[in-house]
Design a protein around this ligand. Structure first.
Ligand code: CMC
Length: 429
């Protein structure tokens, strides 16, 4: 492998260093290019731009590989717990028994949300989207836990991991007109979340272990995905030295969009529409292919996966298992399978390498678990939290410079300003 790439511009040759990652990924370092040549690189949507060197997650979109800190997603989803994966992502290695006990008990100790934050929450309208509520409350944490930016990062990480489930369940309770539940620190992370979501003061509630285990798997599958839109947002905001809470809050907002995490809500709404319209999946495949329709097959396609999304493979099987175990017969699961089958055999989708992504089947499981549609993206945020934290921490520890892309200006060139009084005088009748 050469040490440099050579670029010829305006009769001069520039040597640009080659960077190789531990999995053999290659990059050309263009950091000095503008200073040397006056040129920048242009890459809308960062389709081919490496923004950082990261040791958190490796993925190979062509081969459908996803690993957290070197461990295969298939193994983690099958054998690990969400909190163990969170530790792995945030601190780099699997925890020892003692390290895990300290991490877990720290999280159990911090689950209560400040009562004054509850007053902020009470001001939201009953029909507020839970993503807006969650991002606001996470941002508000920066007012309640000001601490020392840098010195208190570890404690703030524990606080955030601990309080997210509590805050996430509040907005659901409000939308139902039910009293909120407080955390029960005897319960594990997933069981505690489900208890806060579904327990009512008027009847006893028992968390079904099938449900808790399905939730554990879904959270693991969402825990990190290297430099996606929301993670890049977290890193970019954090690069200005903004605190952890405001950086993560920005990530939650980025995740909300329908092209990113918001797709899981859109998928279910789309499948419901297809069902209400007679269940003709072919009609919707045709619409997705017709650019003038403005319709996209939600839950299909991915910026980096061009073979299959390994998370979708696991989730599809989990959807079958969970529905079977819970005895749920959801007609939209058959519509989803029909749609997948039709798309995978259609030239349009094959040529563009469009496969089902993580969001295609996750909503079907969430529905079976009793989680309402507008909470789906909140579930994604809950899962993605350790990934955002790990990436934020990595960026800060590496003392990365502030993120500040350049642009090619395409607006008006220099124009002479004529004062309003002058301009209006000319057009007056
Ligand atoms: N349905 C129909 N056509 C599609 C779809 C789709 N879901 N996705 C991409 N295409 C077409 C697109 O029109 C384009 O066609 P052409 O080359 O003829 O112009 C081609 O495929 C390439 O698409 P693109 O929009 O340039 O690809 P991208 O990498 O910029 O976008 C994406 C990736 C995920 C935003 C896009 O595939 C999409 O909008 N999918 C639906 C939304 C979705 O499911 N998002 C969740 C992503 S996974 C969860 C996460 O990590 O966020």
């Amino acid at each position: 492998m050469p040490d440099f790439a050579e670029l010829s511009l305006d009769g001069k040759t520039y040597q640009l260093p080659i960077v190789v990652g531990t999995e053999g990924e290659k990059a050309i370092d263009i950091n000095a290019l503008r200073d040397q040549s006056g040129y920048i690189t242009l890459d809308s949507g960062y389709k081919n731009t490496g923004a950082t060197r990261s040791a958190v997650t490796f993925l190979d979109g062509e081969l459908g590989i996803l690993r957290y800190r070197g461990y295969a997603i298939e193994d983690l989803a099958e054998k690990s717990s969400f909190l163990e994966v969170a530790y792995l992502l945030i601190y780099g290695d699997l925890p020892t028994k003692e390290e895990f006990a300290t991490f877990e008990s720290g999280i159990r100790r911090h689950t209560i949300v400040n009562e004054d934050m509850r007053k902020i929450f009470e001001g939201f309208p009953v029909n507020a989207h839970p993503m807006g509520v969650l991002s606001s409350l996470v941002c508000a944490m920066s007012a309640f836990y000001q601490g020392d930016n840098g010195k208190d990062d570890h404690l703030n990480i524990i606080r955030l991991m601990a309080k997210m489930p509590t805050m996430a369940t509040w907005s659901y309770k409000k939308s139902q007109g039910h009293p909120i539940n407080y955390p029960n620190n005897q319960l594990d992370y997933c069981t505690n979340f489900l208890n806060m979501m579904f327990a009512l003061p008027v009847e006893s509630y028992h968390v079904d272990p099938v449900v808790a285990s399905a939730l554990n798997k879904l959270l693991i599958l969402h825990a990190d995905h290297e430099q996606n839109c929301s993670t890049s947002t977290v890193r970019l905001v954090g690069s200005s030295r903004a605190n952890l809470f405001s950086s993560i809050s920005a990530g939650i907002n980025a995740l909300w969009g329908p092209l990113h995490g918001g797709a899981n809500q859109e998928v279910i709404e789309m499948l419901e529409d297809i069902k209400a319209d007679g269940g003709d999946s072919k009609k919707y495949i045709a619409m997705a292919k017709d650019k003038s329709s403005g319709f996209r097959l939600m839950g299909f396609g991915h910026r980096v996966y061009k073979n299959f999304d390994p998370r979708a493979k696991i989730i599809k099987k989990a959807a079958d298992d969970v529905l079977n175990k819970l005895g749920v017969n959801d007609p939209i699961l058959s519509i989803a399978k029909e749609l997948e089958e039709a798309a995978l055999n259609d030239e349009y989708f094959v040529a563009r390498k469009l496969y089902p992504n993580v969001d295609f089947y996750s909503g079907i499981i969430y529905r079976a678990l009793g989680i309402p549609t507008n909470m789906f993206t909140v579930m994604f945020a809950l899962g993605r939290l350790p990934g955002w934290i790990a990436q934020w921490k990595e960026m800060r520890e590496a003392k990365e410079p502030i993120g500040r892309p350049r642009q090619i200006y395409v607006g008006a060139t220099n124009r002479e300003y004529v004062a309003m009084s002058e301009r209006f005088r000319f057009v007056e009748k």
